[in-house]
Design a protein around this ligand. Structure first.
Ligand code: ATP
Length: 304
């Protein structure tokens, strides 16, 4: 059902580059005030989606709206901040010059916040951007995005260059922005293990299409991870009469098989030997990994 308060909505969205489809037929809604993990293999279309939402690319087919407005429009631009994957900043500018530009370009600019973020990272305001490490350039780009005080943050791999402490600090900051100020965040990442703490919503793209979308807890509860002794006569290790249509992905290691299956814990009983199977709710990382590995992605799954 359509959410009238959705921060981002796309309908049959598609984008092609010189005839090659990067995204096709994507229907999605991003709930306002939530932190959504945008995951998918290399080339899945994550950056393309973020650039469409930021108004830097135009759809080839379908449409996308930010708070009900076309991306790139004055209304949408005022409410959106975008952190690009390559963090394009002017290398000859000092950090202070960079923040000054942010202040000049953005009406609701929060200079105190931007300076605090830069100082918290131990970066001098007089340092030239070109002399900073990759991780510190990311911190300056984040200060620029957050200083704008936007309602929707579009972040393309914001954690990629950061050291573990910086990753921890940045994820805490993003969670606070969502919890305290109701900011909506869409962030792409390949660091699945770190998404569990920060994201409460999931959007998984594969081959340019939405394969999994919804509330992270609901999606976890709608799946079960089962582990047991691999059946020696079955190629996937699962019991002969196990309902394969529920299996997202199964992997055998030695004599043990682990499978992610659709459905709650009752599904494990279908293995027929439930006392020999351990069934548990998957972590978000288990869930995402299984869907990323799933050989056949023929439909979108959504939390109820
Ligand atoms: N400007 C462009 N010109 C031509 N092809 C492009 C362009 N941008 C993206 N593509 C293609 O579109 C597809 C999706 O790319 P995109 O960068 O959106 O993927 P991604 O999921 O962000 O990947 P990654 O995880 O590697 O960053 C790829 O096949 C890519 O080669």
């Amino acid at each position: 059902m359509s959410d009238p308060t959705a921060a981002l909505r796309a309908t049959r969205l598609g984008r092609a580059f010189r005839g090659h489809s990067a995204l096709s037929d994507c229907d999605l809604e991003l709930p306002a005030g939530r932190v959504t993990a945008l995951v998918g293999p290399n080339g899945a279309g994550k950056s393309t989606l973020l650039q469409l939402a930021a108004g830097l690319l135009r759809p080839t087919t379908g449409r996308i709206q930010v708070f009900g407005h076309a991306p790139g429009s004055r209304e949408a631009r005022a409410r959106t901040a975008f952190l690009a994957q390559e963090k394009p900043l002017h290398p000859r500018f000092t950090v202070a010059d960079t923040l000054r530009l942010g202040r000049e370009l953005n009406r609701g600019w929060d200079q105190a916040l931007a300076e605090r973020l830069v100082r918290a990272a131990g970066i001098s305001l007089t340092a030239r951007v070109g002399s900073l490490s990759g991780g510190n350039r990311t911190r300056v780009a984040l200060a620029l995005a957050l200083g704008k005080r936007a309602e929707l943050l579009l972040l393309d791999e914001p954690l990629a260059d950061l050291d573990p402490v910086a990753r921890h600090d940045v994820t805490a900051l993003l969670m606070a922005e969502a919890a305290e100020r109701g900011v909506t965040i869409l962030m792409s990442s390949h660091v699945l293990s770190e998404l569990e703490d920060v994201c409460d919503h999931v959007l998984l793209l594969k081959d340019g299409a939405v394969r999994l979308a919804g509330d992270a807890q609901e999606l976890r509860a709608a799946h079960t991870r089962i582990t047991g002794r691999a059946h020696p006569l079955e190629p996937d290790g699962l019991p002969h009469d196990f309902d394969r249509s529920t299996v997202v992905h199964a992997v055998t290691a030695g004599r043990q098989v682990t499978a992610l299956v659709r459905g709650g814990s009752a599904t494990a009983a279908a293995a027929g030997e439930e006392d020999r199977w351990i069934s548990e709710t998957p972590t978000l990382e288990d869930l995402l990994l299984a869907h990323l590995r799933a050989p056949r992605a023929d439909r979108t799954e959504a939390a109820a």
